[in-house]
Design a protein around this ligand. Structure first.
Ligand SMILES: Nc1ncnc2c1ncn2[C@@H]1O[C@H](COP(=O)(O)OP(=O)(O)OP(=O)(O)O)[C@@H](O)[C@H]1O
Ligand SMILES: [Mg+2]
Length: 119
């Protein structure tokens, strides 16, 4: 019988099928834990085409926003934003892009909070 193949080369892996990346995840969780305790630590995810960058980013977002534990019993509570940069961006345009994404995300969160308060 033909089996359904859940993987798509152009699609992020669903969290339930996420496999491996233990070292990378441990390092990312370490950075987020440091940042949560006011000691910001940066990281970059880079790699060949289709290696799994976006999938790892999706997982990172779950940890960063507190859907997944950051360390035993600890959850992060970061606001995350997506920003796409181009080679034409200046420092100023980068800051504007981040500020505008942050503003929409904060609006989205406050609308969501107001709506859930009504429930
Ligand atoms: N940890 C993982 N476990 C299982 N499958 C994975 C994992 N990471 C990625 N994949 C699968 O590999 C493929 C590519 O993943 P993804 O889109 O995250 O890669 P990418 O590096 O962002 O690709 P691109 O360079 O095209 O942006 C997808 O089919 C995805 O489902
Ligand atoms: Mg990608």
């Amino acid at each position: 019988m033909q089996k359904y193949n859940p993987f798509r080369p152009d699609k992020i892996v669903p969290p339930g099928m996420f496999y491996g990346r233990v070292e990378e995840i441990e390092y990312i969780e370490h950075c987020l834990l440091q940042a949560k305790h006011n000691n910001s630590k940066h990281f970059i995810i880079d790699g060949e085409r289709g290696i799994g960058k976006s999938s790892l980013f999706l997982y990172t977002r779950y940890v960063a926003t507190g859907s997944v534990e950051i360390a035993s019993g600890e959850f992060a509570n970061f606001v995350t934003v997506d920003v796409s940069l181009t080679e034409d961006d200046s420092w100023y345009s980068i800051v504007r892009k981040i500020a505008s994404s942050l503003e929409s995300e904060l609006n989205r969160i406050s609308i969501f909070r107001a709506e859930t308060r009504k429930l």
